[in-house]
Design a protein around this ligand. Sequence first.
Ligand code: ATP
Ligand code: MG
Length: 432
Amino acid sequence: MEIKASKGTRDILPPEVEDWQLVEETSRRIFALYGFREIRTPIFESTDLFVKSTGSDTDIVTKEMYTFTDRAGRSVTLRPEGTPGVVRAALEAGLLRRLEAERFYYIGPMFRYERPQKGRYRQFSQIGVELLGSAHPAADAEVMEMALALFSSLGIGDARLQINSVGHAECRATYRVALREALVPHRDRLCPDCQRRLDVNPLRILDCKVPGCAALKEKAPSILDHLCDDCRTHMSRVQEALRALDVPFTINPRLVRGLDYYTRTTFEVASGGLGAQNALCGGGRYDDLVASMGGPPTPAFGFAIGADRLVMLLGAVVEGQRARPACPSPADVYIVHLGQAGFDEAFRAARALRSRGVATLFDPESRDLKKQMSRASACGARYTIIIGDSEIERRAYALKRMSDGIQKDVAAGQWDEITREVTHGGQQRVGA
Ligand code: ATP
Ligand code: MG
């Protein structure tokens, strides 16, 4: 029986993994500039956490969770999204009673039982941030601008920001009535899920991806016409702040998100380069979530970027420009050894060079000079060092620069000198 990767999961191999590293390193660097620090929470949590925060009527909770019973009979779930775990962790550590807003980011796998397709997987990775403890519209703008700063520093030129406001609970209650009234006459054209949603949670219909339901969105009234004064003011302050930062955006009054906890601002960043699954990042304000989880009233704002889609885009951008960052060679130095003494010395030499930061490989299996030399060039090593009986006797190794074949002797055991030779400073001097 041949065992394959599970449906909706995949392996990330070199060189793609180097794009992942670039995305992760760039995210860390940008987020740090905005005062965000990393938080790492467990991959699984008690199922209740997601039912209570993500929302019991969301697709995520009703259809997509990987839930199982552990050996002691507890119901646990592989996290489908990051926010609930971060809020739980912050509450558990007592972090939310401070004056300053807390700024966290996370990078890691999420799990949703979805229909796998390009850009949609069952295990995927999100890069998310949560700003806990500010109600100010400037916080919304600052965090959205940060997402765009990340995309632009990765060279993604066509990231488009759409914003909306879903108001607070009372605005939504009046909107829900209006939305229901507008859609009831079209009940028959809704998918079975949305027919049920029409009665329990009509806002969810706006997020349905079934084509018939998506078409009916046109008939939906605008939630922006149902905002209370405070929510309306918040929305216009967010827009002012974005304009002040020169961040282009459009308003999409039908943008609701697939999670129950959002209040006021919601947003999405999409890219034309992605095809059907074009959402790169989604998020918004969640002013009531922390309190609903038993914490102190803590207005908050966050987003999650789909890292798989970001890496996909990056691959396209980089290919277009033919500027993929040079894939680091696995070895600066390949040690070719001959005879038992040569092998013993190769082992010590590798350790000595590695401890000085020189990436070093050698092949313990092979005793054949030609084979070792061809492996050295196959793996892209920049230098080889040849160590055999005669080299050990002479107390000098042959150091060969692979790019032009120029060879010179270096004194045995002089690791610092050899390190200098094989790192930039030494390059000119070889063979000179
Ligand atoms: P979508 O509309 O694509 O289903 P979503 O509204 O479910 O996205 P969020 O829960 O807000 O998305 O997650 C934020 C981002 O995570 C999305 O914009 C997307 O880039 C990414 N994402 C969500 N689900 C998946 C998945 N199954 N596979 C890969 N990326 C995903
Ligand atoms: Mg989804």
